[in-house]
Design a protein around this ligand. Structure first.
Ligand code: ACO
Length: 329
């Protein structure tokens, strides 16, 4: 039984925050941000918008693109580092807003920027082992502006808000799986290098944690950079090998959109041409779990992929987590 991606959707809030806007907020420059990261602008939600609201728009767009009704969903997952609440899950909140049925399994995935790849493998497996499950909707949804320290120039220039959704179908046919290979990995020994220190059970919210700005993203940028390049390159090589493909047979490489320099380094180590790499970090910044789905949605809606094309998806994020997947469109 083959599982296929039959719909894609993405959504980013209308408000654009440019590098020039950031120049007025912290000591930085458009030139520094562009040359160090490739980012020109990012989208920012208003204060009344939660991750589930961003997810709702992306979900509707993915369902509409395939002509599937929310009532037909069997699986609904949201990957996010900025869930609406610690609990209940954002997927349960989304289920209610979207009108998905109570027979739909709803769960959140916490794998930071690798969340959509983790979700993909989980959903493909669930579609195969859950009786009568035909449609799974998997989302990455992030309101990163809510955990960014807007006084810290080393991180606040990097992130943006957005959501994306992929609709998967198991139609029970003999068609081969779309997912040719999927490699997932993690190394918790580096967990403190990219984290939000407070707000969980290890360091509950208190006056001290708020005054110490411990509810915001902390990152050791250079080390994360090095780890990201190594992990994404290694996982991509293994995913290609398991799929029986070489990099020149890949139509699009879709890396997590964290930093243009990371993407360039991964592409160069894989021996890929720069034209193979899909890049939109300049327009959205780093949207964590949403980024790969936004790229896929833009590729599909732009008519940039044909049946039979092979795509390589790869991600790296806090945890540390990473992954790579090869998809036959
Ligand atoms: N504007 C101007 N100067 C800045 C800024 C800024 N926004 N931020 C830092 N600087 C300064 C630093 O203070 C430092 O100054 P100093 O030399 O006087 O001390 C100088 O620029 C160099 O700082 P570095 O941190 O060494 O700069 P680097 O070239 O490493 O770039 C960056 C920083 C862009 C964060 C880079 O390390 C990076 O991209 N790392 C990976 C981060 C990432 O992608 N994280 C996400 C992956 S996982 C996920 O998505 C959640």
């Amino acid at each position: 039984m083959g599982v296929r991606i039959i719909g894609t959707g993405s959504y980013a809030p209308e408000k654009i925050l440019t590098n020039q806007d950031l120049e007025r907020m912290v000591e930085t420059s458009d030139e520094w941000i562009r040359t160090r990261t490739g980012i020109r602008e990012r989208r920012i939600s208003d204060k009344n918008t939660a991750a589930s609201d961003l997810a709702l728009e992306a979900a509707r767009r993915a369902l509409d693109s395939a002509g599937v009704d929310p009532s037909q969903l069997s699986i609904l997952s949201v990957a996010s580092v900025t869930p609406d609440h610690t609990f209940p899950s954002t997927s349960c909140i989304l289920q209610h807003k979207l009108g998905a049925p109570v027979t739909c399994a709803c769960y959140d995935v916490q794998a930071a920027c690798s969340g959509l790849l983790y979700s993909l493998q989980i959903a493909v497996s669930m579609l195969k082992c859950r009786k009568n499950a035909r449609y799974a909707l998997i989302l990455g949804a992030e309101k990163l502006s809510s955990i960014v320290d807007w006084t810290d120039r080393s991180t606040c220039v990097l992130f943006g808000d957005a959501a994306s959704a992929l609709l998967l179908e198991n139609d029970g046919s003999d068609e081969p799986d779309m997912l040719l290979s999927c490699i997932l990995g993690a190394d918790g020994s580096h967990s403190s290098k990219l984290c939000v220190p407070a707000g969980g059970s290890a360091m509950p919210a208190s006056r001290e944690t708020v005054e110490g700005r411990l509810h915001f993203i902390r990152m050791g940028g250079q080390e994360v950079f090095r780890l990201a390049v190594n992990a994404m390159t290694g996982a991509s090589r293994t995913a290609l090998q398991e799929a029986g493909l070489t990099v020149d047979q890949i139509r699009w490489i879709i890396p997590h959109q964290a930093n243009k320099r990371i993407m360039d380094a991964v592409a160069s180590r894989l021996g890929a041409q720069s034209e193979q790499v899909f890049v939109n970090v300049d327009r959205y910044g780093n949207t964590s779990s949403a980024s790969i789905g936004i790229c896929l949605d833009e590729i599909v809606r732009g008519g940039l992929v044909r049946k039979g094309d092979s795509l390589l998806l790869t991600a790296f994020g806090a945890g540390m987590t990473w992954g790579a997947a090869v998809i036959r469109w």
